[in-house]
Each structure stands twice: as structure tokens, then as C-alpha cells.
Design a protein around this ligand. Sequence first.
Ligand SMILES: *Cc1c(COP(=O)(O)O)cnc(C)c1O
Length: 411
Amino acid sequence: MLDDFQEKAAALDESDPLRGFRDRFLVPDGSDVVAYLDGNSLGRPAVATAERMDRFIRQEWGHRLIRGWGEEWLDWPQVVGDRLGQVALGAAAGQVVVADSTSVLLYKLARAAVSARPGRGEIVLDVNDFPTDRYVMDGIAQECGLELRWLATEPAAGATVEQVADAVGPDTALVVLSHVNYRSGYLVDAEAITRIAHEAGALVLWDLSHTVGSVPVRLDEWNADFAVGCTYKYLNGGPGSPAFGYVNQRHHDAVRQPIRGWIGHRDPFAMGPGYEAAPGVRGMLSGTPPILAMLPLITGLDLLEQAGIDAVRAKSEQLTGFAVELAEAELVDRGVELLSPRDPKRRGSHITLRRHDFGEFIAPLWERGVIPDFRTPDGIRIGLAPLSTSFAELHRGLSVLTELVDERSER
Ligand SMILES: *Cc1c(COP(=O)(O)O)cnc(C)c1O
């Protein structure tokens, strides 16, 4: 059975229009990894990233020194943000910045949003959302005297349009949701949910951490208000690379974020006595931009732009489809449960499999060079970064997982 799938994997790789992109990523000689299935937590480095960082240090930083700030670096949060908006977010220029971490930008934008809806007392969010989203909103609720209204979503799915429609009303200030759930991979209908929240007079903040670089997004078309996301996942920005934040331009005059640092000031170098926010999305910045940490993101965006987000999405659906097919053929009747939607249109670029003893599988998987993600208490998450993952690699990884299930079942 697995042999048939091996042939199928080879055929899928052969006909994959993006197969050439795998060579654009750095796989060091002597790497012990036979299947990297966690590109949704930390993408691989691009080959060009190593060269770009070296060149930057020797030439740009080394030669320009402090002059680099005025010459161009101070503009990078917006220059790189605009590029990200164009390549991956469906956002026109002037609405995206690259800064901070996702957690910090979640805080800044959610605070800005609830301040723009005075007199409304609730934030709507998902019980199964990523921890940082839940924790940050809990903090804001305490700080601002708001209530949290939890959507009781299914663990193998995510927030449905009906659930949101039932939850929002005249007291809703803000709806905060992940577009792709970090565990189930469920892809919510963002356009419909945005519309429903707006009809209730509420604003929406989208967390695009598991979306950006794998699923096309049309923030302007959706009439979205705010969005944030990571760049170290499918955008290959590297460990701890900065986040991005989107603020629709119709909110630029009205919203103010809470961390009033000098870089978000209208004229940082005036060093004046009082704070006056910079116009537009630049007012969302707080402190000195992380220039070095944006370099890998720039090369990641080059690759994504060359591949095209629609082609990336097409391959992603095929990859997750193949993973589901393999899991259903080899694993699902052996105590393993699929914790993700079966419909490829309703999921992002990862799936989660669950078995009561999967917690004991990670060490032996790593020993055999297979690196998925583990989500406590019993979920193995198979993340499939379309530009760097082959069908053969996915097949190898799931074959090893199947062997381990066999070994344990025989005991
Ligand atoms: C990965 C992830 C984050 C991470 O936030 P950091 O501040 O970068 O640690 C936030 N939200 C979601 C939905 C994520 O998947």
C-alpha cells in the first residue's frame, strides 16, 4: 500500500510546477532531517538569505554605519510592509508595517480597535484560538473593563459564520480570530465574518500567522479593519523575525495605539516635549525597527513573489490532500484521528493527527529525522510549507510515523 503511495508521491513531485523552489532553500550538507514537516512553525532559510545577510553586514551596515538610518532603514517597516501587502495580503500600499512581535502587535492593534468603539463592552474570540491571542485579549479586557465573549468552536474545526453571527451585537467592540486555526488548520470565511461583524457595528482583527505565505488573502477586498501575523512561519523570516500589522486606511485618522514610542512620532528627530502620532500606518510603530531581522523576510518575499501565492495555495491543497489520503489509508483505523477539515477549501496548509500516546512519538520521530510539530496533549501537526516541501518528503515522514504506530501496536 505504502509503495503505491510512494509512486504517487513521485508523480506529484514530477508534475509540481513549484518543484524548482526546493533548491532555493538551504539544506546543509550532512543534515539529519529526512522529512521537515514543521515549516509552518519555523520556515527553512533561503539560500539567498545567507548571502543577503553577509552582504548587508559587510557593505550596508559596515560602510554606511549610522547614516544608514536616514538613508533608508527608517523606512523599512513600511517599505517591506508594502511589499508584503502586495505579495501576500491583498493590501494596497500604506497600510502595512513590519514591527514588534505578533503578540505585541495584537495588543497594540486590539487596544487601538477597542478605543475606536467606545461604549461597547465585548470582545468576541475563539476558545480554541492560539494562546497568545486569548491571553492578550484577556489582559485588554481587564485593563479596559471589557467582557470576553467566547465562541465554543469545535476542536477539529473553527469559527463558523453562524457562530459569529450569534455572538455579535450592539455591545461588540471587536472580533479577534485566526484566519487559519493553529491546531486544526480550519480556514474561516473571513469575508463573510468581516461583513457580519461590520453589520453589528464591530471591528475585526484577523490573526494571519498560519495564513500568510500559504493562503491568499484579500484584506482590502474583504474590507478588513486590522490584521497581524508572523513572518517566521511560511515567509521564512527566521527565528524571532518581526511581525506585520495591517490597518485599513479608512481607520488611519481615528485609531491610536497605546505604545507611544518616538519612532511612531510625527517627527522623531524633533525630540519634542509631547507625543504626536505619525500620520497613517507609521503611527503604529513604537521603537527602533529590527533591520537585521527583516533581511530573511525580504528574500522570503522574493521567493513568494516569483512563485505566486495562487500557485503556492494550489500546491498546499494538494499537499494537505495527500497527507489526509495517506493518513486515512494507513493511520486512521489504528487509534489515529484526523483533527482537521477534510475539505481542502476549508483548511490551511497543515493538518493535525491525534492519538492518545502521540506524546511519546516525538523523540523517536526526531531520532529518525522526521520533524513534525507536537501540540499538547496528543496532537501531531503536519505542516506543509509549499515552496520547500516535496510530496516524497511528506510520504517519507508519514511512512516513519506509520512504522512507529505499527511497532507500538504490536507490543
Ligand atoms: C505563531 C502564532 C503567534 C506567535 O506570536 P509571537 O508573538 O510571534 O510569539 C501568534 N498567533 C498565532 C495564531 C500564531 O500561530
